[in-house]
Ligand binder design. Structure first.
Ligand SMILES: *Cc1c(COP(=O)(O)O)cnc(C)c1O
Length: 429
């Protein structure tokens, strides 16, 4: 498969190059040159196909012939070994639960697939890859779990001290093996700046072969298109038109849904659901894209002021606002309205939403007769236990994978928020 840089169509890469580099040399994002169509009858035949089987077919379409069929099948089946079930709230509203993976957030799909793909690409090479990630919470946990014990790859995660939840911190700092956590005495922005400097520091190149695992990497988007098919499969018996609401921050998840539609999945409409960081809903309304500094909310995985995957959406639609508007509607809620939405889902349907999913849930008020709305439930509510319990006034059950973390010993390297300290640490290991 050929990919091109969103900054310059003449800059091309193979899938291996795109996955290993993450960002194109001109700082653009990689996009597939063309997105193939699924064979005739594929959608009708979804009923008889497992998520694993569907995932294999889609990844084959998106990866071309760069990976032999048997190997690709194995990558998909090892990465996606957990379900994506639908829960109906009523006749035309359903939750697509994407939190059944090890870190309890949808990012497990992308991180686990990417880990196996990278590891396949460097098989047989005498290479040791070091992945640097700055996290404000969820990404770190998924990447840590996804790459845990992956041969040839180590992961170094930088997180801001005291600014991630206890559970999130435990997800990063208790694995050990090839996962190292750096606790930075600063902010998320400090962590990100330290990672960026490391990438452009020639002094590290002799010692480290660096790569990145954030959502600009095309490998994370590929498996995220699988579950749009899986959601559709589970509601197609209703015969209703399907509308899918995607709680969005960096817009990787929505981009994957739009790619699924391009491949042939008959989604009538997507809803871009956000919190007050609503640059994309604003763009859909005014036609002007105006990035700004993000503001903190209770749906903090969506506190993004300049969504990195937005440019990919523009590319998919050849920068044509009218066609973007035909497929995507914007929606947003502030924190008070998000809490009300959580209460409504619980009081009317007995369903516990996390703050991100709750915005998706509420956006389905926009669906019309003859439509069924799916909202992506992007994280398990227990990942945001304080907000959920306080809002609903109940105690919610904590899955074992989270509760066992409480007793595990944290292990992290404490560093001041300056690049020199990180550099010294890297060079002295
Ligand atoms: C990352 C994340 C999102 C946002 O996904 P994007 O692909 O960045 O738009 C939404 N909800 C949760 C729980 C997340 O962790």
């Amino acid at each position: 498969m050929q990919l091109y840089s969103t900054n310059n169509r003449n800059i091309k890469a193979t899938l291996k190059e795109a996955v290993m580099q993450s960002l194109a040399p001109d700082r653009g994002l990689y996009m597939p040159e063309s997105i193939g169509k699924l064979p005739e009858g594929f959608v009708e035949g979804l009923q008889n196909r497992s998520l694993e089987e569907t995932g294999y077919e889609i990844s084959r379409l998106l990866t071309g012939d760069e990976i032999p069929a048997a190997d690709l099948r194995e990558i998909v089946s090892k990465a996606i070994d957990f379900p994506a079930p639908i829960v109906f709230l009523d006749d035309n509203r359903a939750s697509l639960e994407l939190w059944h993976g090890p870190s309890l957030a949808f990012k497990d799909f992308g991180a686990r697939f990417m880990a196996r793909l990278m590891s396949w690409f460097i098989r047989g090479e005498d290479r040791k890859i070091t992945i640097l990630v700055a996290t404000s919470g969820d990404t770190g946990g998924a990447v840590a779990a996804g790459f845990y014990k992956t041969p040839g790859i180590e992961v170094i995660i930088l997180y801001p001290s005291g600014k991630v939840s206890d559970l999130q911190e435990k997800q990063l700092t208790t694995l050990g093996e090839n996962i190292t956590a750096i606790e930075v005495e600063g902010t998320f922005d400090d962590c990100q700046a330290m990672v960026k400097e490391a990438f452009s520091d020639p002094g590290l190149h002799g010692k480290y072969d660096l790569s990145s695992a954030n959502s600009i990497n095309i490998a994370r988007l590929i498996p995220q298109s699988f579950y749009y098919f899986e959601g559709y499969r589970q509601v197609m018996h209703t015969g209703l038109d399907v509308v899918i609401s995607v709680p969005s921050g960096n817009f990787g998840n929505l981009t994957a849904g739009l790619m699924a539609k391009k491949m042939g999945l008959p989604v009538k409409k997507f809803i871009a659901a956000t919190n007050i960081n609503k640059v994309v809903p604003d763009y859909l309304e005014s036609g002007i894209f105006c990035p700004r500094t993000s503001e903190a909310t209770i749906s903090n995985a969506m506190d993004v002021g300049n969504p990195s995957n937005f440019v990919r959406i523009l590319e998919l639609y050849h920068h044509d606002l009218e066609s973007i508007r035909r497929d995507i509607t914007g929606f947003w809620l502030d924190d008070d309205a998000t809490r009300l939405a959580m209460k409504e889902a619980y009081d009317h349907h007995g369903y516990i939403c996390d703050p991100h999913g709750a915005i998706g849930y509420k956006s389905l008020d926009m669906t019309r007769e003859g439509e069924i709305g799916l909202f992506l439930e992007t994280a398990h509510p227990a990942k945001f236990i304080d907000t959920v319990q306080e809002t609903l006034g109940i105690t919610i059950p904590v899955p074992e994978s989270l509760s066992i973390l409480a007793n595990k010993q944290k292990s992290a390297v404490l560093l001041p928020p300056v690049y020199a300290a990180f550099r010294n640490w890297l060079l002295s290991r």
